[in-house]
Design a protein around this ligand. Structure first.
Ligand SMILES: Cc1cc2nc3c(=O)[nH]c(=O)nc-3n(C[C@H](O)[C@H](O)[C@H](O)COP(=O)(O)OP(=O)(O)OC[C@H]3O[C@@H](n4cnc5c(N)ncnc54)[C@H](O)[C@@H]3O)c2cc1C
Length: 405
């Protein structure tokens, strides 16, 4: 294939790496551009980490699953708790999906481990021209090609040619902004505080993954493999609270002690504060420029759908680009990518994550009672539980997307 026939992928996040590997493994050449270099690639703030069954199948397809499984925790069950009542409300077991997927569990494995392993694979693949420490700045497109402008490690400006450019740059996508594509939606006024702590919450009945409702202070609690094993606890904050005050060691200790009192201090490994957006790009494609992952849609992490749905974009897009570049499909296939994945982003990911936050933060006692009863009933009925898990694990969204012409 000539230089102009390759795909230029911006961003070696989970989406860019999965796309690059899925294309290269089908003999499509890729130029993968990442602003981080070998020296700082692993210094990224903690983010996603719950990998749903359908995503595990995709990781398996490119040989990534076997590399990350030993670095993660297999978690078949997740919990809903009511903190105000100190009660476990419902336990959902992915075993209900045993006939729907080869992986009836989630893998708790942080984004950083996934990109670390995928980056090793990309480095070893002869069809991936990996440009680390290279920052994408702009692009232009004509009827046949795209030209991406980058600043290379020597600080020089360089032009990289390809047939298509895919923005896997994350939420601040330059491609999306250059194309003037509206990022429709809203941003929550309150930020979420993430505390990483080495303490085994299973001693208190928690599962590896827990969603905890409370009218005052909802939270999420997730387990990650060490050493040392760590747990991530999410808390809401008030918009007016100062970041440095919120993250003072004594403030973090007080949060954790309020959540679960224990003798002595918690062993806190780190904390960060993040803003949560619920947004979907108005278009996922303009000509030869395509958006995927956080460049195309962002959402609250409650429900673990951001990285997962981004990876699903990557595989959907890879299949279409392969067929187009081999001459087996028309370029109109890319419109189907937009129809399918934008539908999923709006109807499934946005709708579910907004609902999840509302469920956890609900303040009306009567609605909280009704929500808890419904969760209990759903978890206890095998058919309802399977339907619920098909949605929460994004299998339903993939099946629905397949139906879209
Ligand atoms: C605290 C938190 C917790 C989360 N938890 C979950 C979870 O449990 N499950 C889940 O599914 N999702 C979760 N998410 C969301 C998830 O992290 C993102 O959806 C996911 O990382 C998006 O992947 P991506 O590859 O699209 O973008 P990113 O992961 O943002 O990667 C983008 C890459 O592009 C590079 N880049 C950016 N600009 C340029 C440029 N100009 N030139 C070159 N390179 C560039 C970046 O350095 C980066 O490597 C969470 C997010 C947050 C903030």
């Amino acid at each position: 294939m000539r230089g102009a026939d390759r795909v230029v992928v911006i961003g070696a996040g989970p989406v860019g790496l999965c796309l690059a590997l899925a294309l290269a493994q089908e003999d499509i050449r890729v130029c993968l551009i990442e602003t981080l270099g070998d020296g700082n690639f692993l210094d990224q703030i903690p983010r996603a980490g719950t990998n749903h069954p359908a995503t595990l199948e995709m990781f398996d397809r490119i040989g990534l699953y076997r590399r990350i499984e030993p670095r993660g925790i297999i978690a078949p069950v997740f919990h809903y708790w009511d903190r105000s009542e100190h009660a476990l409300v419902a336990a959902f077991d992915h075993a209900h999906l045993k006939n729907d997927t080869r992986f009836p569990y989630v893998l708790q494995c942080e984004r950083i481990k996934i990109v670390e392993e995928a980056l090793k694979m990309a480095k070893a693949h002869p069809d991936i021209d990996l440009r680390l420490a290279t920052t994408f700045t702009s692009f232009e497109q004509s009827a046949d090609t795209v030209i991406a402008r980058v600043v290379n490690p020597a600080g020089e400006s360089e032009a990289i040619e390809g047939r298509y450019i895919v923005s896997g740059e994350g939420a601040r996508s330059i491609v999306r902004k250059d194309l003037d594509i509206e990022f429709e939606g809203f941003t929550y006024a309150d930020r979420t505080l993430n505390i990483e702590v080495a303490y085994d919450f299973r001693k208190h009945g928690y599962a590896e993954r827990n969603y905890i409702s409370d009218p005052v202070e909802w939270s999420n609690l997730f387990h990650w493999k060490g050493p040392p094993d760590r747990w991530r606890v999410h808390f809401p904050t008030k918009p007016e609270e100062e970041p440095e005050v919120l993250q003072r060691p004594e403030a973090l200790q007080a949060r954790l002690q309020g959540f679960l009192p224990k003798p002595g201090d918690y062993d806190i490994c780190g904390s960060n504060l993040y803003t949560v957006h619920q947004r979907v790009a108005k278009k996922f494609r303009v000509g030869r420029a395509i958006l995927a992952g956080d460049a195309a849609h962002v959402n609250s992490p409650i429900g673990a759908m951001g990285m997962n749905s981004g990876v699903h974009d990557a595989f959907n897009l890879a299949d279409k680009l392969v067929r187009i570049l081999r001459g087996e499909a028309e370029e109109g296939e890319l419109d189907r990518y937009e129809r399918q994945r934008r539908h999923v982003a709006i109807t499934h990911t946005q709708a579910q994550t907004i609902r999840n936050k509302r469920l956890l933060a609900e303040q009306d006692p009567a609605i909280r009672k009704r929500n808890n009863e419904e969760l209990r009933r759903t978890a206890e009925d095998p058919k309802l539980a399977r339907d619920f898990l098909l949605r929460s694990s994004l299998i339903a969204s993939l099946r629905e997307a397949e139906e879209i012409a």
